[in-house]
Design a protein around this ligand. Structure first.
Ligand code: SAM
Ligand code: SF4
Ligand code: SF4
Length: 363
């Protein structure tokens, strides 16, 4: 399969879920300057994490002396629900709860219950370490699917990739708990860094073959300014696929939607599916329909943004208005000015620009 023939990716690993070539037709749907609707919202519920993956929160920059957001700065669940409702008026279809590590936020099942009542596609991304103790409650609250990040099957490599002592067995147990709770499909996201965990890719594919769990490999990205990203550490998906094909007979699937970001492949014997997300080698911003909200309520229109829009004041003035339209109109105004396409423009010059950290903006 020619990976370079695919034009339907965003940089950050989840499907864009929308065909932006369709003109806006419904309700108050909002379109940005490049004709992209707002369909997908990632909500960070905390900037804290119990891991220190060096590609995301390197310990030397997120150590004891790092100042995290004070908990009183977090958007409340009421406020989050208001923002989601406002975005739904503009065409929002999907919400993903993330962080930092979202399962560190107390009462997350309460938030899931509120959001699942809104009739959206609702998902969660987690490092899996706390999933065993949370999966049943999240499913009971209305969460239907989950993505677990797992970069290695061997403990020594997992330790390198996450800078934590949480054993791989705990993450695998978390995945089992998700399956037992019916949070399907369970997807596993794996970031590959050259020289560190590329030997884990085939092991992970082998491990999840026949399990129903879909493993997706994501190219290492230059998110934030602290991870010391260098292009040489990125293994292009095409190279990874050649490597995997030495062992596995993988057949490419047609994209379900033109805008799906992952190239999907199945084992020819029907024993499972894998995905490749070429965030760096084949960037695609043209179909990016995603916004992000940081835990303290800033709206970002791109993963690589250098600044966001403070929603809290807008939420409160909207509460005073009482009709909910003010917040929606304010978000529409922000979205309609959007022209972000960082990954398509990635270069030495763009790399020098300030960028928000992923643990803050929400991965
Ligand atoms: N803590 C949760 C987790 O790890 O799943 C949720 C937040 S994390 C920021 C979300 C996703 O971003 C994870 O799958 C992680 O692997 C990915 N990620 C973080 N930094 C990245 C980078 N520099 N390049 C590619 N993916 C990255
Ligand atoms: Fe934490 Fe997730 Fe970032 Fe790793 S990728 S440091 S688990 S927020
Ligand atoms: Fe990623 Fe920004 Fe491009 Fe969207 S617009 S795909 S967030 S770089």
């Amino acid at each position: 399969m020619a990976l370079d023939s695919l034009t339907d990716k965003t940089v950050d690993g989840e499907s864009a879920e929308s065909n932006v070539t369709s003109p806006a037709t419904a309700g108050n749907e909002v379109i940005d300057l490049l004709g992209r609707p707002l369909r997908d919202l990632r909500i960070s519920v905390t900037d804290r994490c119990n891991f220190r993956c060096p590609y995301c929160m390197p310990r030397e920059r997120f150590g004891e002396d790092h100042t995290f957001l004070p908990r009183r700065a977090f958007l409340t669940f009421d406020e989050i629900e208001k923002v989601v409702r406002a975005c739904m008026e503009l065409g929002l279809e999907k919400v993903r709860i993330t962080g930092g590590e979202p399962l560190l936020r107390p009462g997350l099942d309460d938030l899931m219950g509120r959001l699942s009542n809104l009739g959206l596609d609702l998902a969660l991304t987690t490092n899996g370490s706390l999933l065993r103790r949370n999966a049943q409650a999240l499913a009971a609250a209305g969460l239907t699917r989950v993505t677990v990040s797992l970069d290695a099957l061997d403990d020594d490599v997992h330790r390198l990739m996450t800078d934590s002592d949480v054993p791989v067995a705990d993450i695998l147990d978390g995945i089992d708990a998700a399956l037992e709770a019916g949070l399907e499909p369970v997807k596993v996201n794996c970031v590959i860094r050259r020289g560190i965990n590329e030997d884990q890719a085939a092991k992970l594919v082998r491990h999840f073959q026949g399990s129903g769990v879909v493993i997706r490999f994501i190219e290492y990205m230059d998110v934030g300014r602290t991870n010391g990203w260098i292009r040489g550490e990125v293994i292009p998906s095409a190279d990874l696929l050649s490597h995997l094909r030495e062992e596995f007979d993988l057949v490419a699937l047609e994209a379900e939607r033109p805008s799906d970001v992952a190239v999907r492949l199945v084992h020819s014997d029907g024993s499972g599916e894998i995905g490749l997300i070429s965030s760096v080698s084949e960037p695609f911003c043209g179909e990016c329909v995603r916004a992000r909200i940081s835990a303290d309520g800033h709206l970002f229109t791109c993963l690589f943004a250098s600044g966001g829009h403070d929603l809290r004041a807008l939420i409160h003035s909207d509460e005073n208005d009482g009709n909910g339209e003010g917040l929606s109109a304010a978000i529409a105004a922000i979205w309609s000015r959007r022209s972000d396409r960082y990954s398509e423009l990635r270069s030495a010059e763009t790399s020098a620009l300030p960028r928000i950290e992923m643990s803050y903006i929400g991965g």
